[in-house]
Design a protein around this ligand. Structure first.
Ligand code: MTE
Length: 308
């Protein structure tokens, strides 16, 4: 698998995880002696607070360079290196998120308002794409459940629907009918409320780059990567199950649940194995991407061949 090197990123900015951890320890100590915030990054505060999350895997994270250069973000092209090349045109500030539907606190929230009360922490998660590659990503983010509680869904709210910004001028891929724009996704309420489900705001302690879905994206580690919708501009509480972008494109190949499942093949390829980006040998794909202990009960009694 080819990973292209962008000329835009200086080698000094490419963070190896060990170097990153050293920096993280430094920040924690710095916070202890009262110099947190010197860099002006809000992330420093979050890192300073944090110890390793019990939800984090101890597997070695994929290099920052690969995570930020090998991307799927069809709004900027269908090639893996297109988003890193083209996503600079996305305008992420100011950013608003419209919250609507079955909830007591609908409205247009600025990103700042939305993030202010949230507890941003680091979680190192496995991330498995339906295409057969995978990564380990140190995300920064907050639990989606905290945002949902704040919006006070009504008893009718059974699903949460997400929409990416619609802005063909700054997302040139939206000028081509590759998908039915805007990109949309959905989760059942119990999936959305599961503590593993994050709203991602950063990677490796840095704010998200545009190509990874700045300023706010979903991260659902037990589902194929396409459920993790990027650059979210609208959240809607729904009574009925929404249809996601990939279902709209091909409902025989992509379902609503899209749980990582080595026993259910994609119609055109097996899902039994995956290639970790940066490693040569393929490894076995785990049921629910290895998060079964936390999420298998959400699907008890469901035929996962039917509800793929
Ligand atoms: N979100 C939007 N808006 N547009 C996309 O094309 N691609 C999805 C998902 N979220 C996509 C998206 C797919 S197919 C994958 S595998 C992941 O984003 C990739 O995330 P990454 O590029 O940050 O690794």
């Amino acid at each position: 698998m080819l990973i292209l090197k962008s000329n835009d990123i200086k080698s000094s900015e490419i963070t190896d995880y060990d170097v990153y951890q050293d920096r993280r320890r430094f920040m924690k100590n710095a916070a202890g002696i009262g110099i947190a915030g010197v860099s002006g990054l809000p992330i420093v505060e979050a890192l300073a607070k944090g110890t390793a999350s019990p939800y984090s895997t101890s597997e070695k994270p994929t290099e920052y360079e690969a995570i930020t250069e090998y991307c799927n973000f069809y709004e900027f092209g269908t090639g893996k290196s297109d988003p890193a090349k083209n996503a600079h045109s996305l305008v992420t500030s100011p950013w608003n998120v419209v919250v609507e539907g079955e909830c007591e606190k609908p409205g247009k929230y600025s990103l700042e308002d939305l993030l202010k009360p949230m507890n941003i922490e680091e979680r190192v998660y496995r991330f498995r794409c339906v295409e057969g590659w995978s990564m380990v990503i140190p995300w920064m983010g907050f639990q989606l459940s905290d945002l949902i509680k704040r919006m006070q869904p009504t008893s009718k709210a059974k699903y949460v629907y997400f929409e990416t910004l619609l802005d063909p001028e700054h997302m040139p891929g939206q000028k081509r009918a590759v998908l039915d724009w805007p990109y949309v996704e959905g989760l059942r309420m119990d999936e959305a409320m599961n503590p593993l489900t994050l709203m991602g705001t950063g990677i490796y302690g840095k704010d998200l780059l545009n190509q990874n879905g700045a300023p706010l994206r979903l991260v659902v580690p037990w589902k194929y990567g396409f459920k993790s919708i990027k650059s979210i501009a609208r959240i809607r509480f729904l009574e009925t199950q929404p249809v996601n972008s990939w279902q709209k494109a091909n409902k025989h190949e992509y379902g609503f649940f899209s749980n990582v499942n080595p026993n259910v093949s994609h119609p055109r390829w097996s899902q039994r194995k995956e290639r970790r980006i940066g490693q040569f040998r393929k490894i076995k794909t785990q049921m629910f991407n290895g998060y079964g202990e936390q999420v298998a009960s959400l699907y008890s009694g469901m035929d996962l061949k039917k509800y793929f």
